[in-house]
Ligand binder design. Structure first.
Ligand SMILES: [Zn+2]
Length: 817
């Protein structure tokens, strides 16, 4: 999945000393009770689900059968997870059985079962799930909304619509048999065995997995779709679902779909582990995307046309979810604390794909590929990890380590494995590790053992410092140009200045030191740094003048570094360092320097550099200088061929200088919808007398999810246009998806307008199970409630609505504080 945030800070230092005596660790230094795999008396082999729906009511009617082997010598009760379900029948091996039901599940009491037998339990049930399965658009009386049903099982939500053993540590074959209106498409995991018409206008779809998978990966999507089919080089069928009216979005959305499958098969070294692969978009998705086995679901906000692609690309997410088909679906973490084995790998491989892919690259997607992009992505990962350590230093291997650790930090750790032990070596380790746990569960120690089995090495220190302990190194670096009787040398002093305690020790890593000379040559040395203080001597036998020194060129080591440099050193570095990230770091260090040569230097670097992140940083620094040359540079930025650079140029302008007015006006016809939207807002705000002509100029543009239309309506409504106001309020209604609704409600907040119908739309949104919609709506209602002119209106709405459901009460409690 990508991306879910949860930070729980738990430090249990008392447990540390107990574990510190073990020879090597297979567990985290910060232990948490109940983080071991859940105990279960049976091993489920197969789950067969027959299901029907009454979508307007949000009702699931199902019959589920679990076939299993007892894991205990005798079994006389079995618990199945099931949230608030009505069970009308339970049977064991086909005969009615005694059972009891609570809000969390069903316990069945079979006649004694024994080792070696194969048994089954069936339930006939009904559920009104609030999570796990979502009913979209069925209550839109205006009939404009898409009508869909879709599931989202991760973390433990499948149990909200199917009674099942719902944990990662039991994997089983699933079979889904769905009966629904014949005019819809139904997609579930595995191969479609049958699609049969019934006499009542319904059809029955029958899907079945060939291999076991974890229950959180169960999927069901029902909606109206068309399908484009492609094949990977190895012949795997890729079904690319799309909304039939938007065929032009297939190409930009699904760019590199089969190419990345070819890449992963080759670079993981293991064939795609399932019989087919589908990708399907849904409305109001609660996450970015979800790697359900054989069938990834993603939010339709990533379903973009060729111009929308300039603002939002699905490529990275696409490769992320595809990677999960191996890391997560094929091999599955046994328990939450090892989930980095899924998310970190799914974060690493897209980055790796962008670096290593050698096929055709379209001009529009070029910025994602190559070494510069790799360094930039890695830097983003490093920053996330360092920032997370400001709050706590939980290890990656921990149930509450948080998304910054299980996604980016873990991905940076895999990069460091390649850096330390060799790229081909790590690929060998990973291949072995995945191969030896096919369709099974894994934990971090399984990866560790693969190092021993393939390379004969035991990198316990690496696992210890990067996975089982927390924190990152902070190096303080200084150097001296030494001349003495032995000749000339550069002495680099490295101190590890981070706080060390039982959770974070001194780090051991190989570090590259590069000394660049003013004649353009360099000396290089790699040393293992492991102590708190370390000195490195790099001989300068030809007696050259030092231009600058790099500590860890290319920034492969996850760290903080303090290394003070002079303006001249930074000038050499920003021009001459071979790695983009080292030039970028020089630029950042120049930020607070006031030197006469700085403006000229920034201009030169802007001309020379291709990578957008460097150009964007220069735009910010030049804007701060505020000189005539700064205006010229921003004028060039606004014409740059990269939309990212144009955006940076536009965004830096808090007010538009008159010299740049016409350049910004040019952006009203930009290719990027986001740029048009921002330009329109800034221009109308600053030059209100020309607003009508700006609105006229963009009147034919709606933008993706009507973003430009909504901005235009906001501007018009702000000037008292009642029709625009009505249209804006309509956009907040149930007839639209959450992206549009959220956008429109924030527009109305900005113009500070509220009436009864808007309150009803906001309340409907506030009660939506999609928290990205509900939290925005609650926030907007809170904002209005704070104002005396609107307070009564909101209280009246509360009185006249029967809001008795728990989530409705929760929302009200937040709105009225
Ligand atoms: Zn993921």
């Amino acid at each position: 999945m990508k991306v879910r945030v949860s930070f729980i800070v738990v430090f249990l230092f008392s447990t540390i000393s107990i574990f510190a005596q073990l020879p090597y660790r297979t567990n985290s230094y910060v232990n948490e009770p109940n983080s071991e795999p859940r105990e279960h008396p049976i091993d489920v082999q197969r789950m067969t689900l027959k299901v029907k729906f009454e979508p307007e009511k949000g009702l699931v009617k199902g019959i589920v059968t679990h076939v299993f082997k007892p894991l205990r010598k005798t079994v006389d009760s079995i618990f199945f997870d099931a949230i608030k379900m009505k069970i009308s029948e339970a049977s064991v091996n086909g005969k009615p059985a005694r059972y009891s039901v609570t809000d969390n599940g069903i316990t069945v009491y079979p006649q004694q079962m024994k080792w070696g037998s194969i048994d089954s339990v069936s339930f006939v049930y009904e559920a009104y799930p609030r999570s796990g399965l979502y009913f979209i658009g069925w209550n839109d009386t205006t009939n404009r909304c898409r009508k869909q049903i879709w599931s989202q099982g991760q973390g433990i939500d499948s149990r909200a619509w199917v009674p099942m053993y719902d944990e990662m540590n039991d994997k089983y074959i699933t079979e889904t048999i769905v009966t629904f209106d014949k005019n819809y498409h139904v997609l579930s995991n595995g191969t479609k065995l049958n699609e049969q018409s019934n006499s009542d206008g319904t059809k029955t779809w029958h899907y079945r997995m060939m291999h076991p998978h974890a229950p959180y990966l169960l999927t069901l999507v029902i909606g109206k779709y068309a399908v484009e089919t492609r094949k990977s080089s190895s012949g795997i069928v890729n079904n690319l679902y799309y909304y039939p009216e938007y065929k032009n979005r297939v190409e930009p959305t699904y760019l590199y779909s089969t190419e990345s499958m070819d890449f992963l098969e080759s670079f993981i070294g293991i064939p795609y582990p399932w019989e087919l692969y589908s990708q399907i978009m849904v409305q109001d998705f609660t996450f970015g995307a979800m790697e359900n086995t054989t069938a990834t679901t993603f939010g339709d906000f990533s379903f973009v046309d060729p111009r929308g692609f300039k603002d939002r690309s699905y490529i990275g997410t696409n490769v992320h979810e595809l990677t999960h088909q191996w890391f997560g679906d094929f091999i599955t973490a046994r328990v939450q604390k090892h989930v980095w084995l899924q998310e970190s790998f799914a974060t690493f491989y897209p980055k790796y794909f962008f670096k290593k892919y050698t096929g055709t690259i379209t001009p529009e997607s070029k910025k994602n590929f190559g070494e510069d992009a790799y360094e930039w992505n890695l830097r983003g990962e490093h920053n996330s990890a360092i920032n997370a350590s400001e709050k706590d230093r939980l290890p990656i291997v921990h149930p509450s380590s948080g998304s910054a650790r299980i996604y980016p930090k873990g991905s940076a750790v895999i990069d460091m494995m390649m850096y330390v032990f060799g790229e081909e070596e790590i690929r060998k380790v990973i291949k072995h590790y995945v191969e030896h746990h096919n369709y099974a569960n894994v934990e971090t120690n399984d990866l560790y053992l693969a190092f021993q089995d393939t390379l004969g090495i035991t990198p316990d220190w690496f696992f210890d410092q990067w996975l089982y302990r927390g924190g990152e190194p902070h190096y303080k670096v200084e150097y001296e140009d030494i001349r003495n009787v032995n000749g000339r040398a550069t002495a680099v002093h490295v101190d590890q200045i981070h706080t060390t305690d039982e959770l974070t020790g001194p780090f051991k890593m190989p570090i590259v030191f590069d000394v660049y000379y003013k004649d353009g040559t360099k000396d290089s040395k790699t040393e293992w740094i492991s102590s708190i203080r370390h000195n490195v001597l790099i001989p300068n036998s030809s007696n050259k003048e030092i231009a600058f020194v790099l500590f860890d060129p290319g920034s492969r080591v996850l760290k903080k570094a303090t290394f003070k440099k002079t303006f001249d050193e930074l000038k050499y570095q920003v021009i001459n360092a071979p790695h983009m990230i080292d030039r970028y770091d020089a630029l950042i260090a120049l930020k607070d320097m006031n030197n006469d040569g700085k403006e000229l230097l920034l201009q030169q670097v802007f001309e020379k550099e291709q990578f957008y992140a460097i150009k964007n940083e220069i735009i910010v620094q030049m804007h701060e200088l505020g000189t005539p040359n700064a205006i010229n540079l921003i004028a060039n930025a606004l014409k740059d061929k990269s939309e990212d650079v144009r955006k940076a140029g536009l965004n830096v302008l808090k007010t538009i200088p008159l010299e740049l007015k016409s350049s910004v006006e040019q952006l009203l016809t930009d290719e990027s919808y986001a740029i048009i939207t921002t330009a329109l807002e800034k221009l109308c705000d600053q030059f209100p007398s020309s607003a009508d002509s700006y609105l006229e100029k963009t009147s034919n543009e709606a933008g993706l999810y009507d973003q430009i239309s909504i901005k235009s309506l906001e501007i018009k409504a702000g000037k008292g246009d009642q029709k625009a106001l009505d249209k804006l309020i309509d956009y907040t209604s149930i007839a639209f998806e959450f992206w549009t609704r959220r956008n429109a409600m924030n527009s109305l907040k900005r113009i500070n307008y509220l009436n009864e119908s808007l309150i009803l739309h906001l309340l409907d949104a506030a009660w939506n199970p999609n928290s990205r919609l509900s939290s925005s709506a609650i926030e907007v209602l809170q904002y209005f409630y704070q104002q005396s002119q609107y307070k009564q209106l909101i209280l009246q709405a509360k009185k006249s609505n029967n809001d008795s459901k728990p989530w409705q009460k929760d929302a009200w409690a937040k709105i009225i504080r």
